[in-house]
Design a protein around this ligand. Structure first.
Ligand SMILES: *Cc1c(COP(=O)(O)O)cnc(C)c1O
Length: 446
């Protein structure tokens, strides 16, 4: 299987080259040149099977350059945790993706990407992964790369912009995970990382692990396939997924699953007040939101989703890396498959309060955006009230204790992965937002 760039000016490449390159040389995003359709008999095998087997099956269709035994071993090791389905009235379910080591859905992609990145490194070769983070991504990446041989991970975070819990999730690992608290903002961290990538003086083997990496995208299709096959044995039943969306990596996973033959009737793309995509679906005109709007579902505060290019590509259009629409996608087809909704903070809070009252379920702000959007959709489309609906919960409520306590008056139960943090020792250095200091630090790591 080969991978092409959505800008169509870079050579096609194999999976592992695409993984280590990240963004294609023409600044496009890699996509698989065809999406294999899974036979019904194979779908049925997922039912009741361990999660890692479904992951192994899906990845096997896309990856060359790794043996069956190696891939299966990596999947088994990555997925010691599984998603959890919770019934929430009628034919509606919540898919909890907070069961990984950092209690966010990003674990499902990051835990798989890290061994895949390490796979092609030769003995004695060292890869440095630089990441700037404002919170959740950094911790998911740090946990995923911890103890991966030949890889050192260097994370820059703004000292005053991450919560103590987020910080501890990155700084208590030690070993090959190096953390630097920058005396500045997230933008400073990002600028320093960008400058390092452009610095010809540095003779280090550098890479990034950001959300557009194809090794993060493909694993995100697995939980859609897996969840459906746990609930349905006859492959005929259609399903609606509601997805809380920011950079659209998660929702692109659903699009891949649909292309693989999962009978998805519709996906609901639920955004917070950053409504550039719902507006585009309405008008056909795309306008980024700059700067992005601050909402309580902060991991979704995105004014231009980095994976939107891929969605446009799937529907026959073209969008460049700056967000300019070069060729319109088939809007009619897109509207038939995707229902896009923007949900305000007020609606999100109301949803958290109502769901607790009605179902005794504690939602967190990201999942609540999707759950609210689904409820609204079903009110407007009574004919869908018997359709199987699955709404994604992308983080554990205990990651947002202040907000939950304010809304519900209770503090959310803390999962083991977060509870143990307070007992661990933190280890990080502090640095000013000054590139030369960072340069010297990197030189010292050779
Ligand atoms: C990153 C994140 C999202 C958004 O996912 P995208 O793939 O960027 O659309 C939603 N919820 C949580 C908790 C996240 O961390």
């Amino acid at each position: 299987m080969r991978f092409y760039s959505t800008n169509y000016r870079a050579p096609r490449t194999d999976f592992f080259t695409a993984v280590l390159t990240g963004q294609a040389p023409d600044r496009g995003l890699y996509m698989p040149e065809r999406i294999p359709v899974i036979a019904k008999a194979d779908f049925r095998k997922f039912s009741g099977a361990p999660y890692y087997e479904a992951a192994n099956f899906v990845l096997r269709m896309f990856l060359d350059g790794i043996t069956d035994e190696e891939l299966l071993a990596k999947c088994k090791k990555a997925y010691s945790f599984w998603p959890r389905l919770e019934k929430a009235g009628g034919r509606k379910y919540l898919l909890w993706l907070d069961t990984g080591p950092t209690a966010s859905f990003k674990d499902f992609a990051a835990q798989m990407m890290s061994p895949l990145m390490g796979h092609k490194l030769k003995a004695g070769e060292k890869l440095f992964i630089l990441t700037a983070t404002s919170g959740d991504t950094g911790s998911a990446i740090a946990n995923a790369f911890h103890n991966i041989p030949n890889i050192e991970i260097i994370i820059l975070f703004p000292i005053n912009e991450v919560t103590p819990n987020q910080r501890k999730q990155m700084t208590t690992l030690g070993g090959n995970v190096k953390t630097i608290a920058i005396n500045g903002k997230f933008d400073d961290c990002q600028a320093m990382v960008k400058e390092a990538f452009a610095d010809k003086r540095l003779k280090l083997n550098l890479s990034s692990a950001n959300s557009i990496n194809i090794a993060r995208l493909i694993p995100q299709s697995v939980y859609y396939l897996w969840a459906y096959t746990q609930l349905v044995t006859d492959m005929g039943e259609e399903v609606i997924f509601s997805i809380p969306s920011g950079n659209f990596g998660d929702m692109m996973g659903a699009v891949l699953a649909w292309k693989m033959g999962l009978p998805i009737k519709k996906i609901i793309v639920a955004t917070n007040a950053n409504d550039e995509f719902p507006a585009f679906m309405k008008t056909g005109i795309y306008k980024k939101i700059e700067p992005s709007r601050r909402c309580i579902s902060n991991a979704m505060n995105v004014g231009h989703p980095s994976n939107l290019t891929r969605l446009i590509d799937v529907f026959g259009g073209r969008m460049d890396e700056k967000g300019n629409l070069r060729k319109a996608p088939d809007m009619e087809k897109m509207r038939a498959f995707i229902h896009a909704v923007s949900v305000s903070d007020e609606e999100t809070r109301k949803c958290i309060a109502d769901t607790y009252k009605k179902e005794a379920i504690v939602l967190e702000p990201h999942g609540a955006v999707a759950w609210y959007a689904l409820g609204k959709f079903l009110k407007e489309h009574k004919e869908e009230n018997k359709t199987l609906c699955i709404s994604l919960e992308t983080a554990n409520p205990a990651k947002f204790p202040e907000e939950i306590t304010r809304i519900l008056g209770i503090s959310p139960a803390v999962p083991e992965s977060l509870a143990k943090l307070d007992k661990l020792k933190e280890n990080y250095i502090k640095m000013n937002a000054d590139y030369e200091s960072f340069y010297k630090y990197l030189q010292g790591r050779r």
